[in-house]
Design a protein. Structure first.
Length: 115
């Protein structure tokens, strides 16, 4: 039963962080097309790992993660305010290259279909 709650909380946090990222004014984050790929919340909901990917590649995602890390306090406060959680998890942002890999695979499939 607790697993369902953690899954629901992680999806809610993912949705809210994606909305908050669009509101940030940090140039490392603002000028980049970022996607929140996944959020892993610990079983006691005290920690959350947020996987972020950028269309431009992993280096851009790493730069954006630095901007997000500097805004962690603001993001955490906003998530807590919007979701009314008893315990707002500590956020850790991690750069992910899954979108870049997905685009590469889609390109390969497109080339395969043309042949």
């Amino acid at each position: 039963m607790a697993g369902y709650r953690i899954d629901r909380v992680s999806e809610d946090i993912k949705r809210e962080i994606a909305a908050i990222i669009r509101e940030l004014k940090d140039p490392r984050v603002q000028d980049v097309m970022l996607t929140v790929v996944n959020v892993e919340v610990s079983s006691d909901a005290s920690f959350a790992k947020v996987y972020v990917s950028a269309m431009e590649g992993i280096e851009t995602a790493k730069t954006a993660v630095k901007g997000l890390t500097s805004a962690t306090g603001y993001i955490r406060r906003e998530v807590g305010k919007r979701l009314h959680l008893r315990k707002t998890p500590e956020l850790k942002f991690v750069a992910d290259d899954s979108i870049e890999k997905g685009m590469k695979i889609a390109g390969m499939l497109g080339d395969f279909n043309e042949q």
